[in-house]
Design a binder for this molecule. Structure first.
Ligand code: G3I
Length: 301
């Protein structure tokens, strides 16, 4: 393959990017996006604050625009994200207890229903585990509604869009550590009890190194029977950037249940990591050495 998406497709996988419909009028940007990627994630426009700015009043505009573009070009869509402690609308931030629980489950049901049949995979729950050594849940208003909030969200998403793959997504899970092990134990428990979870997303916002057990960590989740996906990949620019992108791509290609990779933006200047130049294209849309490394690994795998 001569493009990221094309090369991935030859291996039965996808290669995607985060984007936002406000970029769709930028022709230099869209030339790269349409050429290289066959999966899109809405960087902000499908989050709770964007889709339900007032309780039970939904705004589908940005998500609909992204889905329409993807469908017209045969690209898959990753839905991001149904429930998250961040980017909640103000009204939800002010709720607690059973009122918040029912608002959250209603949100999952309404959003997943609106795009039923159009989403390849949903990040049903995002970033619910704590950093550090505890291996436990992150404290949040959602967690304080009861430890079963995550499984309740997966069951509601399954009822609303039974065809979508339902994923748990998190960061700092790039090797075998307390946080990734806490998530592993939850996924194993969900599979044992029949809670509908199909996939785990590894954001992979990386600095200037990647853990040596990156692939082993993906593999232990795949061995639970779930798909694994790299969902928000970006790597701080340094002498090792291309090698780290290569290592991540190689790890995914080595695991049959690793179904795709998504980078968190197209060009360095589109990135949320200001000044770190963490992506595959420079600000002019030129391919960087990291691009060549990724493409070579996709074709080798
Ligand atoms: O669009 C408004 C603009 O109208 C306003 O004037 C401006 C002033 O603050 O804010 C703009 O919104 C910002 C938005 O990005 C679009 O640029 C928000 O403030 C800002 O918070 C938001 O940041 C996003 C961040 O999630 C929020 O937590 C980033 O773009 C987005 O890349 C980032 O993505 C997250 C994933 O969802 C989950 N994993 C981590 C990842 C990186 O933080």
């Amino acid at each position: 393959g001569t493009t990221l998406g094309g090369a991935a497709a030859e291996k039965g996988r996808y290669f995607g990017t985060a984007t936002d419909p406000h970029m769709f009028s930028n022709s230099a940007y869209m030339t790269v996006l349409n050429r290289e990627f066959n999966q899109l994630t809405n960087e902000n426009g499908m989050k709770w604050d964007a889709t339900e700015p007032q309780r039970n009043q939904f705004n589908w505009a940005r998500g609909d625009q992204l889905v329409a573009h993807a469908q017209a070009r045969g690209m898959r869509v990753r839905g991001h994200a149904l429930l998250w402690h961040a980017q909640q609308p103000g009204w939800a931030q002010n709720l607690s207890g059973s009122d918040l629980r029912s608002a959250a489950i209603n949100h999952v049901t309404q959003v997943a229903s609106h795009w039923r049949g159009k989403i390849y995979a949903w990040d049903v729950v995002n970033e619910a585990f704590a950093d550090g050594g505890s291996g436990g849940r992150r404290d949040s208003n959602l967690q304080r509604t009861g430890n079963d909030w995550i499984e309740a969200a997966f069951r509601a998403a399954d009822a609303a869009d039974p065809g979508a793959k339902l994923c748990y997504n998190d960061y700092n899970t790039d090797g075998i550590n307390a946080k990734s092990t806490g998530i592993y134990n939850m996924v194993r428990d969900f599979r044992a009890r029949g809670v509908p979870i199909d996939c785990v997303g590894f954001q992979s916002h990386l600095g200037t190194s990647v853990p040596g057990d990156y692939q082993a960590n993906l593999q232990r989740f795949a061995d639970l029977g779930v798909e694994v996906q790299i969902t928000e990949l970006d790597v701080q620019q340094g002498s090792n950037q291309a090698n780290i992108f290569r290592t991540v791509t190689r790890a995914c290609m080595a695991i049959s249940r690793c179904t795709g990779i998504t980078v968190w933006g197209v060009r360095d200047c589109d990135s949320w990591r200001t000044g770190q130049n963490p992506l595959l294209f420079d600000c002019n849309g030129n391919k960087k050495p990291a691009y060549d490394a990724v493409l070579a690994e996709l074709n080798a795998g």
